[in-house]
Each structure stands twice: as C-alpha cells, then as structure tokens.
Design a protein around this ligand. Structure first.
Ligand SMILES: [Zn+2]
Length: 241
C-alpha cells in the first residue's frame, strides 16, 4: 500500500488519513487517487462504469425481490388464515342437567368391576362442567374459552379454544394414551393450530399450550392412572379398573 508522507514532519501516514497523525498537517492525497486508478485495468473500469449505468441490472433484481416478497406474503397470509380457521369441532352447547358422574364412577370402581365406557358426548359434558368449576386455574390471556375431546382410532384429541383479540384460536393435540406404572401417559402424535398442522416433533415442545387445561384435570388424570388399562375407539373410551 502507498503511504502518505507528511509534507511537514515527514511521518508516513496510512492512505486513509486526510490529516497527519503526528502534527495534524493536511496530507497531499492526490498520490493515492492516481495509484488506485492505475491499478484498475481499462476493461475492468469500463465494465464497472457500464454496470453502474445498466438499467437492466436493477430492474431484474427488483422484479426477483418483488416476486419473492409476494410469495412470502402469500405463504404468510395462507398460514394466518389456516391458524384462524376453526377446526372441525361440534358447536358449543349449553350445559344442561347433571354432568355425567364419570369421576365418581371411576373412584368407586375396584379391580375386577365392570369397565367404564365413556362416550365422546359424555366426556365433553364432564369436561365442560369440570373446567367451568376450575375457571380460575385456566389461563386469562389468551382467555380460555372451551376444551373438547374427540376419541378417534386409538387416539384422543384435545382441542382448546382461546380468545385472542376477540378471535377464537384453536390448538389441538392428538395423543396416544396409556396407563403405565400407575400414571396416565400421553404421547402426542400430531397437532394443529387452527387448521395449520404442526410437525409432531415440534408438538413435543407444545405442552405449554395445554398446560392450564392439563393441570385443571390433574385429579382426573390421577384417577385414570390408578386404573388397569384403557382402550380408545372412535366415539368412546373404555377404562378397565
Ligand atoms: Zn506531520
């Protein structure tokens, strides 16, 4: 690199400097500029100058960027719509009469007594009553609205609706349930936010989405954990004491 020699004190200054590092005298920078220009081959300089004024270069780049942004925006919009769409759940029903005494029935059961069969409708009536009584332990933001269970083929799906800025946002998790060592275990196999599927591996970390509901149902989970086994068929769960 060229050094700039100070005209006053003869100190060698870095080529970026305008004033001398030692005495502050103004340096003669004309040497640097000529050196830079001379390093560049004429064809290179020509190309550089031409590309600076090439109208196509910026236009192509702008078009590509515009298209990429459009695709991204479309994906983001689609994801938001999928998230806001309610999943396939039965409409909310008014609670009428006594909720099925499922917990009582299970607590009374002794080893060897007849299996307790609970239909989806009974489970949901029970769930609605239980969660209504435990409203205080459910999240206030986003405000808990309701929870629904659906019994499928060997899986139990839990759907929780919460109010986010006035919208009902649904989170769902499908789990395989099993009783092992006196505890009810749930292995999440799939999940959705609204209608947007969430990868099962990601769902392993989504437990916090259902934490308040799970803790409100803690007593029931413990009761079921004391049973011998459970079977889930579409529309019903059978618990064997
Ligand atoms: Zn100097």
């Amino acid at each position: 690199m060229t050094k700039l020699v100070c005209p006053e004190c003869r100190r060698e200054n870095e080529p970026e400097r305008i004033y001398c590092h030692d005495c502050g005298a103004r340096l003669d920078r004309s040497a640097v500029k000529t050196a830079d220009r001379n390093d560049e081959a004429p064809e290179e300089a020509h190309r550089r100058v031409r590309s600076m004024f090439d109208p196509n270069r910026d236009r192509v780049r702008r078009t590509v960027m515009k298209f990429a942004k459009l695709v991204l925006a479309a994906f983001a919009t689609a994801a938001v719509i999928e998230i806001l769409l309610p999943p396939d759940v039965p409409p909310q029903r008014e609670l009428t009469g006594l909720a099925p005494q499922i917990a009582l029935e299970l607590e009374r059961a002794t080893p060897g007594s007849v299996p307790v069969r609970v239909t989806t409708e009974e489970a949901n009536a029970y769930l609605a009553t239980t969660l209504k009584n435990k409203r205080r332990s459910l999240s206030s933001w986003p405000q808990f609205e309701r929870a629904i269970v659906q019994f499928g083929d060997n899986t139990c799906r839990l759907v929780v609706a919460r109010s986010v800025f006035g919208y009902s946002v649904y989170t769902s998790a499908s789990s395989r349930l099993a009783i092992a060592n006196g505890a009810l275990r749930a292995e999440i196999t799939s999940g959705e936010i609204g209608r947007l599927p969430v990868h099962p591996r990601l769902m392993q970390f989504a437990g916090f989405l259902f934490k308040d509901v799970a803790s409100a149902l803690d007593q029931d989970r413990r009761t079921v954990g004391k049973m011998r086994s459970l079977q889930i068929q579409p529309g019903a769960i059978t618990i064997t004491p």
